[in-house]
Every structure is written in C-alpha cells, then in structure tokens.
Design a protein around this ligand. Structure first.
Ligand code: NAG
Length: 363
C-alpha cells in the first residue's frame, strides 16, 4: 500500500491530468493497459529544460507510428542469453537497461557485452542506495550514478544515456531532476508486457496475448497503428524470455517494426560523452542513422509444447543462461549463486509495485 500511495502522490504531483489512477488493475491486462493515443505525440524529444521533471519528459512512445521498442530492465540475468538467441534468430534489436550491480559478476558482465555486440542498445537502471535521495548531496548522487555508468562503460566502451529509474524511486523528484540535468534520457513505457505475472512456462505465451489485445484495440478504435515503448524485465523469475518468440511473431503478424530506443526516438547519439557532465552525446555504427543500424524482425520458430525458449518452469530460470563459449570456472559458479538470491527478491518487489504504477503511466 505504501507503494500505491507513493504512486498516487506522484501522479498528483507531476501528472495532474491523470485522473483515473484510482484503482490498480491486476487481473485483466488488456483493459488495464490502454493503448497510447494514436497521435505521434512529441513525447520522445529529451528535454533540455531546467524545470521540474514531469512524465512528459519520459520517453513513453516513438516518433514514428508502427514502431515498437522492447525494453528489458534489471538484467543481465540467467534469462538474457535465451533472449539474445531468440533475438538473433529474429534479427531484431531491443534495449537492455543494465543494472550495473550485477556486472561485477563475470558471467553477467559477459552477457552485457554480448548484448551490446549483438547490436542491442544498452541503457542503465538506477536505484537510489537507500531508496531515497534525502541525506545525500547532489554530488554524492552524481558520483553514485557515474560509478554505475563507468561500470557499464568499462564493458561496452560507451556511457549509457537512456535510463530507467527504479520503480520505488520514481516519486523522487529531486533524483529525476538531477539525472535529467546530467543529460540522461528518462524512459517510461506505454505497454506493460506483464512478464512478471505470466512468469511460468505455461503462462508465458499469454504475454503475446497482451500485445495482441492492445494492437487489436488500437486498430479497432483508430484504424491505424500507434507506437509503443514496452516495459519488460530481464530477470529469470519473469516469463520475458519464454514469451519472447511468440511476442516477436505477434509483432510481425501485426505489422509493427521492432526498434531500439534510439530508432524509436530518432536519436543518432544514444550514448553519453561523460558519466557526470552534460556535455554531449556520441553514437556508433549500430546507432540510429549509422551504417550498421538495424530495425525490424523476422518470425521465429516457437514450440509452445517445449515451453518456449530457454526458460523452464523452474523459478531459477532454467538453463537458458548458459552461454556457449562463456568461460565458467567453479569460482564463477560461486558468484552466480551469491547473486541469485537478490535477483529473485528484486522480481518480487517489482511484482508488488507495478500494478499500481501502470496506472500512473497511462497518459
Ligand atoms: C540492482 O538491483 C538491486 C536489487 O533491486 C538493487 O539493490 C541495486 O541497487 C540495483 N543497482 C542499480 C545500479 O540500480
């Protein structure tokens, strides 16, 4: 309930036009996640204004109707390799918001590098050390953010620009203003794929039904495609990896175009020059507009009887995370175990927070 109150407080604070955020909907995904307005909303241009952050400053849709940007937060995890395999088969690109805390573990670091090399956009997640900015100076916070950013840069050679602030910190206006003043682009969503709810091999295929319901509703109401920024979770306790093949096939069948967030935002420079300073951005060959930029997708094979790809029904996420050619010493196994417990906890807290937050995001 604390989360709900916070969320409603935030809604009142920064989004007074959200008047219907009263009751969190948990059971029925399709009516709960209304499609975005069919307009090409000017939602994606990163604001350079110095005023307080509002939801309008978050990227929640794309510049071009028909685009869909899948994003996955809180990885890398045991689920990531399965997702990368599926995405490679589909020749499709997404955005991963890496949680830099996990990158101190060798196999997760390898997975993040792998995702970047495969041409996916890497952003960062950020969660305040004590879940509040109170008691921290601006410099403390900047340095903490920069520390995580540098961890990612050590792996992929560039500083992330697109940032997903952890759910429990979205009410922290001071943090939001700070990261925006540092030149980070805040990312929200307008489609929740409910992977934390459809989190078993048996239910993961229903994630695609969420997309399908939203696409159909949009088409019925407006006769044309909208654009979507999708929130998913790259943690093994969700159905994101198992549900992905069918999700891609649904996107393909419905005529949408899968894009990274830079393609979604028409942003040729999706990385920062500096982890702290707001002194400009850089792109690379795989960035929007670059020679190796890739969008779109192909249908992938999907066998529902096998429970989808990579993720079994075990809560540990099955064997999907084993990367061929990724060195695994017994020492690595040790760190993996050590990190497994907090991963599960993170997913559980997400479960509690999200149904309420979905309402706050409905614009
Ligand atoms: C990564 O996730 C854990 C669990 O939610 C959290 O404690 C930690 O602060 C996160 N790290 C970052 C950089 O957000």
């Amino acid at each position: 309930m604390r989360f709900l109150h916070s969320t409603l407080a935030l809604s009142a604070l920064v989004a007074p036009w959200i008047v219907s955020a009263a009751a969190p909907e948990e059971a029925t995904p399709s009516p709960a996640v209304a499609p975005a307005a069919p307009t090409t909303a000017p939602a994606t241009a990163p604001s350079t204004a110095t005023g307080p952050v509002t939801w309008a400053d978050f990227v929640t849709s794309c510049q071009t109707p028909g685009q869909i940007a899948l994003t996955y937060s809180e990885g890398p995890s045991e689920a990531t390799m399965a997702m990368l395999e599926t995405l490679r088969e589909a020749d499709a690109k997404v955005t991963f918001f890496a949680n830099a805390t996990w990158l101190q573990y060798m196999q997760y670091a390898g997975v993040a590098r792998h995702a970047h090399m495969d041409g996916h956009l890497i952003g960062m997640t950020y969660r305040l050390p004590s879940d509040t900015s109170t008691g921290h100076t601006d410099d403390d916070l900047k340095n903490d953010i920069a520390r995580h950013s540098r961890t990612i840069q050590d792996l992929i050679g560039v500083y992330p620009k697109y940032m997903k602030v952890h759910e429990s910190n979205l009410k922290d206006v001071r943090l939001l203003n700070l990261v925006q003043s540092m030149g980070y682009t805040l990312v929200g969503f307008n489609l929740d794929e409910y992977d934390y709810k459809y989190n078993t091999a048996a239910t993961a295929p229903q994630i695609a039904d969420v997309y399908n319901a939203i696409f159909s509703k949009q088409m019925d109401a407006f006769g044309r495609r909208a654009s979507y920024v999708v929130a998913g979770y790259d943690v093994p306790s969700t159905g994101a990896a198992a549900g992905l093949p069918k999700v891609i096939n649904t996107i393909q069948t419905s005529g949408y175009d899968m894009v990274r967030l830079d393609g979604c935002a028409n942003d040729k420079t999706p990385y920062k020059k500096d982890p702290i300073l707001n002194n400009g951005y850089v792109g690379d060959a795989k960035s929007f507009g670059g020679a190796d930029y890739k969008h779109g997708q192909k249908a992938v094979t999907y066998n529902p009887n096998a429970g989808g790809k990579g993720v079994g029904s075990s809560p540990a996420g099955g064997n999907g995370g084993t990367a061929p050619g990724e060195g695994k010493s017994s020492q690595d196994g040790g760190s993996l175990k050590k990190s497994a417990a907090p991963r599960t906890m993170a997913a559980v807290s997400t479960l509690l927070v999200l149904p309420a937050l979905v309402c706050a995001y409905l614009l």
